[in-house]
Design a protein around this ligand. Structure first.
Ligand SMILES: [Zn+2]
Length: 269
């Protein structure tokens, strides 16, 4: 049976940054994937901004989606100004009801970026309510709450990320790098500028792709070590002990339970 994965990030590179591997695995298996950014990304640059930047980021996100054959939707909310309002909650309820996902992935509610926090809050606020008929009555309600899970971060308070399930993304690691390579304004311009390493970005296309791919692999390798216990629990000591690149997800208690049966159904890799 075909599955449907909805990844709701705050910005037009969060979905593929944190869950590009699971997205690529889903598409490779013929499942449906829809990536969403709650904001249009119009504040994520040091030289351009506003509508010009939002247009550029939609084009970049569309390109990233094309790498795996998935849509990448940007909602028209200002970057850096997302709030957990009733209007935005309705937007998320509509989104979930329209796509009818089996699995929703989003940020954790404790995160350095307010847009990440409020995206998580909005998804939490939409959980359960997607099944309530009088809420957003113009969009037919769901008969069941989807499974909702969080993508990893490194924040420790009030508690560190706890993987419910970890996935070997080695078979698609090049696809993840190729998706992130599409976000030129971010990985080659804004983020290096913001972290003071703009001078390190290679000028030639091939060289900068290799530079980014190296960073992507280093991060996913680190995640495999960090989530080794969950990998072993999932794949057994032999394979689980040798997985090189991993993504992991933590169940949100407000979605449907991510129990053993749901894990086998939603992570059939
Ligand atoms: Zn973000």
């Amino acid at each position: 049976m075909s599955l449907r994965l909805l990844i709701i990030g705050a910005h037009p590179d969060d979905a593929d940054y944190a869950a590009g591997g699971i997205a690529a695995l889903y598409r490779a298996a013929g499942h449906g994937v829809h990536m969403v950014s709650m904001t249009n990304g119009d504040a994520g640059h040091h030289e351009i901004r506003g509508a010009d930047l939002a247009r550029r980021r939609q084009a970049e996100a569309t390109g990233a989606g094309k790498v795996i054959g998935a849509d990448y939707q940007l909602l028209d909310n200002h970057d850096g100004e997302l709030e957990p309002t009733l209007a935005n909650r309705r937007q998320v309820i509509h989104l979930i009801r329209t796509f009818r996902p089996d699995l929703v992935l989003t940020h954790r509610p404790n995160d350095y970026h307010p847009d990440h926090r409020y995206t998580s809050q909005l998804v939490q606020d939409a959980a359960y309510m997607v099944t309530v008929p009088p809420i957003v009555p113009e969009t037919p309600h769901l008969s069941a709450n989807p499974v909702i899970a969080y993508v990893p971060d490194e924040f420790c308070k009030p508690y560190p990320f706890q993987p419910t399930v970890a996935v070997d993304v080695g078979p698609v690691v090049d696809k993840i790098a190729a998706m992130l390579d599409c976000h030129t304004s971010q990985f080659y311009e804004w983020l290096p500028y913001n972290t003071g390493i703009l001078h390190e970005v290679p000028k030639a296309t091939g060289e900068r792709q290799a530079w980014l791919a190296k960073q992507v692999k280093a991060r996913l390798r680190k995640q495999a070590e960090r989530f080794r216990d969950a990998l072993v629990a999932r794949y057994g000591q032999g394979k689980g002990g040798t997985v090189e690149f991993a993504e992991a997800f933590e169940a949100c208690e407000y979605g449907a339970p991510l129990d053993d049966a749901a894990q086998r159904r939603l992570f059939p890799f």
